[in-house]
Design a protein around this ligand. Structure first.
Ligand SMILES: [Zn+2]
Length: 374
């Protein structure tokens, strides 16, 4: 059966990367052979796949689980979110053509101070604001014919249940402790910053806005405990972070943090990787920390779990281990390179602590730039 590979994807790739990139699949009755061509001569050819599409995947075979980031709803979707999602859609469709069972996960990340601030600026409430923006993502994915299977919102009740259960497992592993933290905070990054990484006037290098001084009593995750295990993971599985040159960036993160550790004497730095705060006392718009309603769970410690909670069956009572058995681990997290630290460092350590399997691959793509998309 001849199957036309979604032409809108091709057109969109054309739109995104006109002079540099052409993508063509040579159809074969036996196997698909992708061909990537880089050069100046770009041709708009219609793509066809003539491979057989009979289901060759045994019913008990592992599904191919692909995820986009859960997009932050502080603002409506933009070209960057469409870029990642279209790429994920192309991969999902390709895997389906190979006869695999695919679970394509996307969704929206809806908690945190930045969301509450964005809602206030619009004269709205956080729930109304999240409903509006989340729906705008769904509308765009419909317009772009994105073939996702699961759309998770971090305000879904099943997600909250899974996050709390996960938090309790990490707590039971002895990896959560309470400590004071005094530091500079970028509200837009939703992250404490080291003075060294800031520009003049304590400006965040990403947002070019001044960080604010904060003193909070927070819960911390003992990331430092997983330094060796993470290094071993990267050494044993060089495909874990792709493209391979990004691996150096992850190693660099380790090295920077290690050197910081040597220079900074702070009680919350144990060794190597720096423990990170996983709760906020000053943010109401979030999932409450189990057994401490005065704090909410840090937005990243909440959002990353969406990759698992998305697999939960809506008709059943949410349960972490049962959900994990429905498709976890992810075959591929497709992300922008700016959130590599969270996916290639924080997330695997969190999973190790909870006794869960790591994703098979994290792919950090580059940004759309003016050069590629004038
Ligand atoms: Zn920032």
């Amino acid at each position: 059966m001849a199957v036309r590979i979604n032409c809108s994807i091709q057109n969109t790739l054309t739109l995104f990367n006109p002079p540099l990139f052409s993508l063509r699949y040579r159809a074969s009755p036996l196997k698909l052979k992708p061909q990537f061509r880089f050069g100046q001569n770009f041709s708009r050819e219609v793509l066809f796949c003539t491979c057989a599409t009979t289901d060759i995947t045994p019913s008990n075979a592992e599904p191919f689980v692909i995820t986009t980031p859960l997009y932050y709803v502080n603002a409506p979707p933009h070209m960057g979110s469409a870029y990642t999602t279209i790429a994920a859609d192309a991969i999902a469709r390709f895997q389906r053509l190979l006869g695999k069972k695919v679970i394509f996960i996307t969704g929206t990340d809806e908690h945190g101070e930045k969301i509450a601030t964005a809602a206030l600026a619009q004269g709205s409430t956080p729930p109304d604001h999240c409903n509006l923006i989340s729906q705008s993502y769904k509308t765009l994915w419909k317009d772009l014919d994105i073939s996702y299977d699961k759309f998770i919102r971090t305000t879904d009740s099943k997600h909250e249940t899974i996050v709390k259960e996960f938090y309790s497992r990490v707590l039971a592993s002895g990896d959560i402790y309470r400590a004071d933290y005094d530091g500079l905070y970028c509200v837009n990054c939703e992250e404490y910053k080291d003075q060294k990484e800031l520009l003049d006037n304590n400006c965040c290098p990403v947002h070019l806005k001044p960080c604010v001084s904060r003193n909070e009593d927070n819960y911390f995750f003992a990331l430092s405990k997983y330094q060796k295990a993470l290094e071993e993971t990267l050494n044993k599985n060089p495909n874990f972070v792709q493209p391979s040159f990004r691996l150096n960036e992850v190693h660099l993160i380790y090295e920077i943090w290690i050197s910081n550790e040597l220079q900074m004497v702070q009680s919350w730095i144990k060794s190597g990787l720096r423990d990170f705060s996983i709760s906020r006392a000053s943010v109401d718009w979030g999932i409450p920390v189990p057994d401490d309603k005065s704090q909410t769970i840090y937005v990243w410690f909440d959002a990353l779990l969406g990759y698992i909670s998305a697999l939960s069956d809506d008709q059943e009572q949410p349960d972490l281990l049962k959900t994990v058995s429905s498709g976890w681990p992810a075959s591929l997290h497709l992300i922008g390179k700016d959130i590599l630290r969270f996916h290639a460092v924080y997330w695997p350590a969190m999973l190790m602590s909870a006794g869960l399997t790591l994703p098979k691959m994290v792919f950090g793509h580059g940004f759309l730039t003016k050069y590629l998309c004038p």
